[in-house]
Design a protein around this ligand. Sequence first.
Ligand SMILES: [Zn+2]
Length: 353
Amino acid sequence: MTHVVACLDGLDPEYLDAVETPGWDRIADRGNAGTCDGLVPSLTNVNNVGIVTASFPAENGVTGNTYYDPERDEQAYMNDPSLLRCRTELQRRADRGETVAALVAKDKLVGMVGQDCDLAASAEDPPDWLADAVGDPPGIYSGGASAWLMDAAVHVLDERDPDVLYVSTTDVIPHKHGPDEAAAEEWVRELDAGVAALAERSDALVATADHGMNYKSVCVDLEAALDREQLDAEVVRLITDEHTYHHQNLGGAAYVYLEDGSADALAPLADIDGVAEVLPAEEAAERFRLPTDAIGDALVLGTESSVFGPVEEGVRGSVELRSHGSHHERRVPYVASTGTTLDYNVEAFRGLE
Ligand SMILES: [Zn+2]
């Protein structure tokens, strides 16, 4: 038995629709394909962990690329496996005696995703035997990193024959290029060829994405907006991680921790052009299945064209980038050789059965 789940980072349905994808279509013909919901905040860590744990953040505890620890009054990257509140599907399968492998783009994900795997590696820092076989990875900020990961996944299936393989790529290309640009088309064709090669070597395959991608032209400075309302608060911009090249730490989701008072005080933020919603923690937790104890007083979501970050003056500024994080980037494509229908990307592992 060989089971494969692929998470194609940042593969917004628009990118898939812009190119002929014979590999994807072949799998869909005998299986099923469509779109499903990813998790909100629509971020890489949140959705990769959701997929490998087959759970929502309320259960797995992973709420962003960054989190705030009120006790230490500190923001930190959400990379430490100790922050995971449940076991991964890969661990559960290893417990059953299956051999499990995980390949991810960035080293930051190996800790959480690769726990107890027989083989866990990143394109950022691959082991010599993998680099010798597949070639040196082209660098995680290069357009070729996703294709390298798909090649590495094929090599692992051929040479190591694991019972289950999880492979996750990188979203550098959709951050930098729109769906109709040549670099994006090439990226999708390479992913499609990779998915087809994995499907040929597996008994069951589900491929999906972590989040979509939108063009952003507006930046809202939530700290400045809170200052204007004379509110003392910690703003946790959830896309923030150590890899700033492609998204500049500008995304469409933030948690707000108020020094005192209730989330009602945050209502004026919703009037700012570029703020789509200000959801009190309980409401956000219910709607997006988030853990109430780890999202502050409110979740603030951007519009289809806005992100949160510093601006030079005032509360609103202009930006030009492609990014994600809000509920506007939660729709993702999937294909399943088993014919299953997914409502959420976190059902990918269940979709193998
Ligand atoms: Zn991503």
